[in-house]
Write a protein that binds this ligand. Structure first.
Ligand SMILES: NC(=O)c1ccc[n+]([C@@H]2O[C@H](COP(=O)([O-])OP(=O)(O)OC[C@H]3O[C@@H](n4cnc5c(N)ncnc54)[C@H](O)[C@@H]3O)[C@@H](O)[C@H]2O)c1
Length: 360
């Protein structure tokens, strides 16, 4: 771990989607570790937003830019000359993807192609980790955990857009960044990362369970509404997949060309809980709140999704460690502190330090 922190010191890292939930945590970690961070994203679309709370705009080289705009993206990447890129920018919501399928496809597929093409037109980038999702697999709800080589699919436009992004990534790897040609025709190694639903402080995105719980309990003082109580989700602490992305990028940077391609970063088996179980546990930890079920049959959402993360365990030494109670305690502590007007930057850094210490 110490080595990982040292590795990032003074590295030039570009994060797309740095104004979002996962991107803000990743930016804060990299700043703490002494990296030189730049970011490409839209302005934060939630109020409050973790990006604003942490004051990240002033701490990094910030670019508010749409990833669908190839010309601008390419100019920024040429200007910033990053050595490592984490691509997180996306339209990340299943339910929104039903309302805005074309925007979702453009952002998640063409946006990803734009980033890859812009990388192709520079020679500074050594390692790229592109974040897709556990929803990229064709999900027949068999209950078996998905392995990286399983068939891609996607029922809703979000899942399909991310599966299509995986195909674009695979094509760029084979056609332009083939590991066989590494250090001969190019110097860039690329991987994609698939993780499940993440939890942690600082998420206010709509249509997500913990933000919905937090808004109902702390802001609206009303009942939490859950739509899909029996849906089983792989819950994971936000820092766990981020740790996986960081480890993977380090190894790619070091030239481990056999690590190009897709990676699952799933939670512990015991963290597969239904939406209703998670809501009950969060209410218990918060010490307040109640819920009501309002089923929504209008929009299909997959009920069962499991990931097999043995590849990451074997080849990166990565595995999810935190149980759901601990994860919810981290998240609930964070929101309680925020709404209690405590020093949230300190708490965020304490949670980062605490999490990464367990890997020493
Ligand atoms: N949060 C989860 O549980 C989860 C689970 C699986 C995968 N993911 C993936 O992780 C990534 C980050 O998710 P998040 O939860 O932080 O989402 P988020 O909504 O909090 O952040 C999304 C980020 O993408 C940026 N973005 C969106 N459209 C853009 C565009 N057209 N141009 C430029 N930037 C754009 C936003 O500005 C923001 O910075 C996404 O790729 C998402 O699909 C998230």
């Amino acid at each position: 771990m110490e080595n990982l922190q040292k590795f990032f010191k003074n590295k030039k890292v570009l994060i797309t989607g740095h104004t979002g939930f996962k991107g803000s945590w990743l930016t804060q970690i990299l700043l703490n570790w002494g990296a030189k961070v730049s970011g490409i994203a839209l302005k934060p679309n939630t109020k409050p937003s973790l990006f604003q709370i942490l004051g990240l705009e002033k701490k990094i080289r910030n670019h508010f830019c749409d990833i669908r705009d190839f010309k601008k993206i390419s100019e920024i990447i040429k200007k910033e000359k990053p050595e490592i890129i984490f691509h997180l920018a996306a339209q990340p919501l299943v339910r929104d993807s039903y309302d805005n399928p074309l925007y979702t496809f453009e952002t998640n597929i063409i946006g990803t192609a734009n980033i890859l093409q812009a990388i192709k037109e520079t020679n500074t980038v050594k390692a790229v980790v592109i974040i897709t999702t556990d929803k990229v697999y064709e999900n027949k709800e068999s209950g078996l955990p998905f392995k990286e080589n399983d068939k891609l699919g996607g029922y809703d436009p979000y899942s399909a857009s991310k599966a299509a992004a995986e195909i674009v990534i695979g094509s760029y790897i084979r056609s332009f960044f083939n590991p066989v040609d590494y250090n001969k025709k190019h110097k860039t190694l690329i991987a994609s990362a698939r993780a499940g639903n993440v939890l942690g402080g600082g998420d206010w995105q709509k249509d997500r369970l913990v933000p919905d719980i937090v808004r109902a309990v702390f802001e609206r003082k009303e009942k939490i509404i859950i739509r899909n109580p029996k849906a089983i989700r792989p819950w994971q602490y936000v820092l766990e997949p981020l740790f996986g992305y960081l480890l993977l990028s380090e190894k790619l940077y070091q030239g481990k060309k056999e690590l190009c391609g897709a990676w699952n970063f799933g939670p512990k088996e015991s963290n597969y809980l239904t939406v209703e179980q998670l809501t009950k546990t969060a209410i218990k930890i918060l010490g307040q709140g109640s819920y009501e079920i309002k089923r929504d049959y209008g929009k299909h959402e997959a009920r069962l999704l499991k990931l097999d993360s043995n590849k990451a365990k074997k080849l990166l030494g990565w595995q999810s460690q935190l149980g759901i109670e601990t994860i919810l305690e981290f998240a609930c502590d964070w929101y309680k502190a925020f709404y209690g007007k405590k020093n949230i930057i300190d708490l965020t850094n304490q949670q980062i330090n605490y999490f990464f210490k367990s890997w020493l």
